[in-house]
Each structure stands twice: as structure tokens, then as C-alpha cells.
Ligand binder design. Structure first.
Ligand code: DON
Length: 310
């Protein structure tokens, strides 16, 4: 392996290979609007520490980032609440599906980690923190636009409305946590903000741009501006590694060996510390709700670059 892998070539080859594969997983249907997405799409973008962009496939097509947004809401909430955030959400893998309710009763309404739905709703509640939903959502969207250096990023209102109409489990999780005092704002406020930040639409290019600070010790490499401290970036990466793929997190660490966060829209943000920010998108999911070909492409990328952290 050369010191500097030929990322343009690798990403191109992976995109071509993934687009041809017949095994694509299943597109999420429990949010009706997501069921309309074309399962043959595939995109990948790698941005190295010098800001060089290697793109392949549908790298500029916006998709619903869904749970990938939870990395950024966690970052914002830690900025607001600091370590007090950990009073209402844990840092342990759940070993349960992303929308599971079972641990909440035994664990006094405190979700296992910030990436399962219950945990992400509790984190969103910390961002709402007495503000109007519109203000909280504006803050999240502006943060994404700032990180990606792109003010065209928007929320897909059709996806948000689709989930708002059908998100009965999330409503159950939020109400259940509210009964323990873990949710402080009106449940409707917090859920409304949660559904909308999950419905942010971004391309692989925009998502990889937004993830750069996690790959570079909290610093936005293009501007040299610090987004979070190096310690916080390291800790967010640790939670991505242990919890970012729900009950598939162990398998993702085993196969890929990078911190990563998936979403049911088929996106994955992965971080190669000190090296690159990577976004991949393929809408078909595996049984744990993680992008099937996204994971396979990342596994192949890491094999060819030697970027596993292990
Ligand atoms: O709350 C939900 O179910 C969705 N808005 C997000 C879930 C999700 O992306 C899980 N990821 N793989």
C-alpha cells in the first residue's frame, strides 16, 4: 500500500462495483415517504485532511440523513449542557433495535445512548431547552449548514410530515421518558424538532464536509476553526464506534473498524481519525436498519486504505 492511497480511483471503483451489485437490502418503509426512494442509488465521498474531495456515484444527490443527524444534535447538546447531558442519557451500547422501548422501564426512563431513538429524543429535548421548536430547529439546521459550509441544506418537509403522521413508537418513547421526568419540554415540541432534524436532506458531499471536524480533533480543517475540543471529538467518535449502528455496532466495528453513524435513509457517516471524513449512501438496509451496501463499501475502502483504527 502506498503512503497516500489513490482515493479518486478507489472511490470510483467502489461506486461502479456497488452500483452493479444485485444485493441491495430493503428500503425502509415504516416512514412512508422513504419507501419512494430508488434502491439502485449509490453515492460515496471521501474528504482527506487537505480538503481533497474524492466522489463517486450519486455523490451530489440529497437523501434523508435520518439518524446520522444524531451525531450533530449530540455535538450541539454537549455544547449546551456539557457533562450534565449524561444525567439523562447513557453511553452504553443497547444491543437492541434502534426503536426499542424495553430498557426504559428497567433503567428509569434513561436511554442507553444518544443514538437509539429514545436517547436521541432526550438529546433533542436538551436542545429545545425552553425554546420554541422553530428556534431549536433553526439552530440545528444552521449548525449543519455551517459545518458543511453550505447554506442550501434544507429539511425535506414531506419526510418530516410523513414521520410525524406515523411516528407512534417515537411518541410512545417520548411520553414514557416524560413520565420519568427525562423529557422536560412539551412532548410535542421535542418530537416535532426530532422528526424535522431527522428529515434534513443532504448529499454525501455535504455530509462528508459536515463530518470533517470529527476526523481532525474537533477542528474544521479548511478554516482552522475549532468546533469542539479534541477531547470531545474523540469522545463523540467513541460513541459512534460503540453505538452508531445499534445492535449492528459490534459487527460494523469488526468489519470496518471506524467510528460510524447510520440512518434509515441509507446514509452512513464514517470517520477515519486524522485521515478523512467519509459519507456513503445506498438506501437498501440490512436487518438492523443500517445501509447494506454502505457498510460493504466502507469495509472495502478500509481494506484498500488501511484506515481501520485497529
Ligand atoms: O425515529 C426514527 O425512526 C427515524 N427518524 C430515524 C431512525 C434511524 O435512522 C435509524 N437508523 N438506522
Amino acid at each position: 500500500m502506498s503512503l497516500r492511497p489513490d482515493l479518486d480511483l478507489i472511490v470510483q471503483e467502489l461506486a461502479d462495483e456497488m452500483r452493479r451489485r444485485p444485493d441491495r437490502g430493503e428500503v425502509a418503509t415504516y416512514i412512508p415517504e422513504l419507501a419512494r426512494v430508488d434502491p439502485s442509488a449509490f453515492g460515496m465521498v471521501v474528504i482527506d485532511g487537505d480538503g481533497r474531495v474524492s466522489a463517486g456515484g450519486d455523490s451530489d444527490m440529497p437523501f434523508s440523513i435520518q439518524s446520522v443527524s444524531k451525531v450533530f444534535t449530540l455535538t450541539l447538546a454537549l455544547g449546551k449542557a456539557g457533562d450534565r447531558l449524561w444525567r439523562r442519557v447513557g453511553r452504553e451500547p443497547s444491543g437492541s433495535p434502534f426503536n426499542s422501548i424495553v430498557q426504559l422501564e428497567r433503567e428509569h426512563g434513561v436511554p442507553r445512548n444518544p443514538f437509539i431513538n429514545a436517547g436521541a429524543i432526550a438529546v433533542t429535548d436538551a436542545i429545545v431547552s425552553g425554546h420554541q421548536p422553530r428556534e431549536a430547529l433553526g439552530e440545528i439546521l444552521r449548525f449543519m449548514q455551517f459545518l458543511a459550509d453550505d447554506d442550501t441544506i434544507t429539511i425535506d418537509e414531506a419526510v418530516a410530515a410523513s414521520e410525524q403522521r406515523t411516528g407512534f413508537r417515537n411518541a410512545a418513547l417520548a411520553n414514557y421518558m416524560k413520565s420519568f421526568g427525562v423529557i422536560e419540554n412539551p412532548v410535542d415540541y421535542t418530537l416535532g424538532v426530532y422528526f424535522h432534524h431527522c428529515a434534513i436532506a443532504m448529499s454525501c458531499r455535504q455530509l462528508a464536509m459536515a463530518g470533517r471536524f470529527l476526523a481532525h480533533s474537533g477542528v474544521q480543517p479548511s478554516t482552522g476553526r475549532s468546533v469542539v475540543t479534541a477531547e470531545r471529538a474523540r469522545r463523540i467518535n467513541a460513541i459512534m464506534l460503540t453505538c452508531g449502528h445499534y445492535d449492528g455496532s459490534g459487527d460494523f466495528a469488526y468489519r470496518v473498524g471506524l467510528p460510524g453513524k447510520s440512518g434509515v435513509g441509507g446514509g452512513i457517516l464514517a470517520v477515519a481519525p486524522g485521515k478523512a471524513s467519509i459519507a456513503v449512501w445506498s438506501p437498501g438496509l440490512d436487518a438492523s436498519g443500517n445501509s447494506h451496501l454502505g457498510r460493504i463499501a466502507l469495509e472495502a475502502l478500509v481494506k484498500r486504505t488501511g484506515w481501520s483504527i485497529f
